[in-house]
Design a protein around this ligand. Structure first.
Ligand code: DC
Length: 195
């Protein structure tokens, strides 16, 4: 079974997807981390580096880059490389290969629309932009207004790009997490999967 969780940054996808995977004993796949690894490779001048996914960790030429892909610089570059058609094609092929067997909770922007359109459960997580920026600012310990401005630019780029823009997939359930606790969101998705 595949549970696809898509939506904009800061909607709570990572926390929720990880918890749903734990609750059901599925494997969690963070596809954003794969685009981030490509971005890191580019920033390091290692464009041809192999992006891997091993036991929940994202690797670059076999090296765990989990920490290095979370910087602001990589976040910004990831949004750029994710708009490139060749990068998307390579990542989507990789993700399909990984999810060809077993039970997965995959999180991203195009999982339910492009990567696994036949996913048994598709959820589109949203939240009020201000709340999303506040969550991220609290996480990073920075100014929420600044995060809000950067988030707006990235949302715009992720939604308006030609290759696999962020959109509500056919058959996806839209779930607004504004004002909901993580447990409430997780419960709802686990409920959909059990059904
Ligand atoms: O979810 P995230 O912030 O780690 O994603 C990093 C970037 O990659 C973000 O700009 C959106 C993009 N992305 C994408 O285009 N498609 C995905 N399936 C996952 C992420």
């Amino acid at each position: 079974m595949v549970i696809a969780i898509d939506g904009p940054a800061g909607a709570g996808k990572s926390t929720v997807a990880r918890a749903v995977a734990d609750a059901l004993g599925f494997t969690y796949l963070d596809t954003g981390a794969m685009y981030r690894a490509v971005a890191l490779a580019r920033l390091l001048g290692r464009d041809g580096a192999e992006v891997g996914f091993d036991d929940g960790r994202v690797t670059l030429d076999g090296e765990d880059v989990g920490d290095r892909i979370r910087t602001e610089e990589v976040t910004e570059e990831a949004s750029r490389v994710a708009a490139e058609r060749e990068v998307r094609e390579a990542m989507v092929a990789r993700q399909r290969e990984l999810m060809g067997e077993g039970d997965w909770v995959a999180e991203g922007r195009d999982i339910g629309s492009v990567v696994v359109p036949h996913a048994e459960v598709k959820v589109f997580l949203t939240a009020d932009p201000r709340e999303r920026a506040q969550r991220r600012a609290a996480e990073l310990g920075v100014d929420p207004e600044e995060v809000l401005a950067q988030q707006r630019t990235r949302d715009e780029r992720d939604s308006s790009r030609e290759a696999s823009p962020l959109l509500l997939a056919d058959g996806a359930e839209e779930l607004d997490t504004t004002g909901l606790t993580i447990d409430e969101v997780v419960e709802r998705i686990v409920g959909l999967a059990r059904r």
